[in-house]
Ligand binder design. Structure first.
Ligand SMILES: Nc1ncnc2c1ncn2[C@@H]1O[C@H](COP(=O)(O)OP(=O)(O)OP(=O)(O)O)[C@@H](O)[C@H]1O
Ligand SMILES: [Mg+2]
Length: 174
């Protein structure tokens, strides 16, 4: 880490690899990054990795969460906190149900309600890097540390072009 993702497809593939690393214990994944960074793109990849068509994942303007039943059982809960201003608002939308044991909750703009989430979560930041993206992850707690290790182990060597400190590269802004 951090990872360099040159295209939307590469970002989706990273999401799919993360999804495949998540077991029946579920996970809480908090995505941060500015408007248009690729958070929803990453969630589409997570959905794909769990056997759902990626276009089932959307960013409905007035819906806080989309609950997507998974083919293998369980539910992917895609939360968008962009318009959420309090933990109470999230709770009335169903937060405590979403966080049931084994849940898979993936939230965009989670930093707007920083105290709403379980301590053990995987924080993923997506930053624009010219026309590409830089994706970094930080585990908070033992379950997310194990998940992060499995995700990292799943990256086929070289295919994700982990970017070290070099900035002189092929990508040119968009
Ligand atoms: N490497 C890349 N990874 C992800 N998205 C990319 C990349 N390069 C270009 N894009 C484009 O950037 C846009 C990302 O949009 P997306 O809706 O995923 O962002 P978002 O972070 O969810 O934004 P918002 O905060 O508005 O919800 C898409 O149009 C996508 O095609
Ligand atoms: Mg989005």
């Amino acid at each position: 880490m951090p990872l360099h993702s040159p295209t939307p497809e590469a970002t989706q593939e990273l999401g799919a690899a993360l999804a495949r690393a998540i077991g029946s214990e579920g996970a809480v994944v908090l995505l941060t990054g500015p408007l248009g960074a690729g958070k929803t793109c990453f969630v589409k990849g997570i959905a794909a990795g769990l056997g759902l068509p990626p276009d089932r994942v959307q960013s409905p303007t007035f819906v806080i969460a989309q609950e997507l039943p998974l083919p293998a059982g369980g539910t992917l809960v895609h939360v968008d906190c962009y318009r959420v201003s309090s933990e109470a608002e999230l709770e009335s939308a169903g937060l405590l149900d979403w966080l049931a044991p084994g849940a898979l909750v993936v939230a965009e703009w989670a930093e707007r309600v920083p105290d709403a989430w379980p301590t053990d979560h995987l924080a993923i930041a997506i930053a624009r890097d010219g026309g590409a993206r830089t994706i970094s992850a930080r585990a908070h707690g033992p379950a997310s540390e194990a998940l992060l290790a499995r995700w990292q182990a799943s990256h086929p060597a070289g295919s994700l072009d982990p970017r070290e400190s070099s900035n002189a590269s092929q990508d040119r802004g968009s």
